[in-house]
Design a protein around this ligand. Structure first.
Ligand code: FAD
Length: 431
């Protein structure tokens, strides 16, 4: 492959991190975004999730730092608070508090808009990367016979590239664009969760949020509502309430208080009642998790990759998307540095599939515990779901089980760790 020009579709978190990585090996990298990109940490029209509460897992922060050394210092300079992603967060599971434990891993309580803004600033300062705002990609160009993608089409004409990366988010245009060149769509897995999010910001007040980084109260079978409240940037609290299974989630104060009142941690209702709001509540629907299995596609062209939400978009309550996008970008860097890239797409999609398997099984494993959620339940997944229920009940009084559970939820350890003989024994004893 000649290494002159890479084009990335989308300047979200996935696209910007990919630009960084590709700038190591390509002479120029162009990132095209249909949105008008702000110069400040501001919400964008095309990224509605940036109004919603976001948590960056410690593993994600490490990956951001590996791609952009000094990034953590950038966050610190903005006053972003840091802490242990377990010890400094009050966690609940199945409606009861988990004993606190330290993971030894640090994360920063940063908003999605500030994170993207700082990443965009790094890209803007890079001599080989060009970010073009307000430019929509409408299709791909290909070599005669279509074996290789050779660039993108926009309203301004075509832009040639030696590699094109779709980082265009969960809308997933790639299947349609590739079909125009004769490629069948990839197998797609979906898990319908009928999720609604409502988030609102408040001025930070330590008397109202008494956990150093925040409180997380996930929904569980029998309780479709969940919520979280966390520090955000220098001086905010972000409060997020969630409803699964198409349960009603209003945005008015009284309705939000009713939902928060059903949750076991009093901080959520306390913030709603007494904290000083900054802006209005914002609501977003997220009907389903989607995994596009390009690693199983029968045919795939050279010179084209798909990354971030465009490849896999997870139930947001598990807070995995940005971390997975960053890990995929690191995988791409590893493959680019490893030498000849003739087989890049196949190797990238296989590696990404291995990487996605863990967060996907954490998220879908949790979702399929809800009997209302449609999905394939094998005897093994049923057994794992039942075990997870027992495990969580035992973890409420067993700090060892709690610590191991949170390490899996934070993508530090693989889910298989919960089945280690010593932990099976503790669950059995508690049962
Ligand atoms: C409600 C909600 C809460 C979430 N909470 C968390 C969380 O707590 N932690 C976490 O890690 N993740 C969370 N996520 C997921 C996270 O937001 C995404 O995984 C992350 O933003 C990575 O997305 P991306 O860069 O792949 O796509 P996006 O951020 O969606 O960016 C895609 C970009 O592509 C551009 N684009 C699209 N089509 C075109 C086109 N044709 N031409 C040019 N440009 C185009 C768009 O304008 C956009 O800028 C949450 C998601 C949701 C919906």
């Amino acid at each position: 492959m000649d290494t002159d020009h890479a084009v990335i579709i989308g300047a979200g978190i996935g696209g910007l991190l990919t630009a960084h990585v590709l700038a190591d090996t390509f002479d120029t990298v162009t990132v095209l975004d249909r949105d008008s990109l702000p110069d400040t940490p501001a919400s964008r029209r095309a990224v509605p999730q940036d109004r919603q509460a976001h948590l960056l897992l410690a593993r994600g922060l490490d990956a951001f730092e590996a791609i952009m050394p000094g990034f953590r210092a950038d966050l610190e300079a903005q006053g972003v608070p840091f802490g242990d992603d377990q010890a400094d967060v009050r966690y609940y599971a199945s409606g009861r508090r988990l004993p606190p434990s330290a993971s030894g891993h640090t994360t920063g309580a940063v908003s999605r808009v500030l994170l993207e803004h700082l990443t965009r600033q790094r890209v803007a300062g890079h001599p080989r990367i060009r970010v073009v705002s307000g430019r929509t990609v409408s299709g791909l160009t290909a070599s005669a016979g279509g074996a290789r993608i050779t660039g993108v089409r926009t309203a301004d004409g075509t832009l040639p590239a030696s590699i094109v990366v779709d980082a265009g988010g969960r809308g997933g245009h790639s299947a349609r664009w590739l079909a125009e060149h004769g490629y069948p769509p990839p197998p797609v897995e979906t898990v319908r969760i009928g999720m609604t999010y409502v988030s609102r910001r408040y001025r930070y007040d330590p008397a109202l949020l008494d956990a150093p980084l925040g409180v997380i109260v996930p929904s569980f079978p029998g309780q479709p509502y969940g919520g979280a409240a966390g520090r955000e940037d220098a001086d905010r609290i972000v409060l997020g309430l969630q409803a699964m299974l198409d349960a009603d989630l209003p945005t008015d104060q009284e309705g939000l208080l009713t939902i928060a009142g059903r949750l076991p941690d009093p901080a959520l209702a306390g913030i709603l009642r007494h904290a000083e709001p900054v802006g209005e509540p914002s609501r977003m629907r997220f009907p389903e998790s989607v995994r596009r299995r390009y690693e199983r596609a029968r045919r795939f062209p050279a010179g084209y990759l798909v990354i971030g939400d465009a490849l896999c978009s997870f139930n947001p309550i598990y807070a995995q998307g940005m971390t997975v996008a960053a890990l995929e970008a690191l995988l791409l860097r590893e493959l680019m540095h490893a030498g000849p890239t003739g087989d890049l797409a196949r190797r990238f999609f296989r590696g990404a599939a291995r990487l996605i398997d863990v967060p996907w099984s954490v998220a879908t494993g949790g979702d399929l515990r809800f009997p209302e959620v449609d999905g394939i339940r094998t005897p093994a997944t049923r057994l794992a779901g039942a075990y997870l229920g027992r495990y969580q009940r035992a973890a409420h009084t067993d700090p060892v089980l709690s610590a191991a559970f949170l390490r899996v939820a934070n993508l530090i350890d693989p889910p298989a760790r919960l089945f280690a003989p010593a932990l099976l024994l503790r669950v059995a004893r508690a049962g």
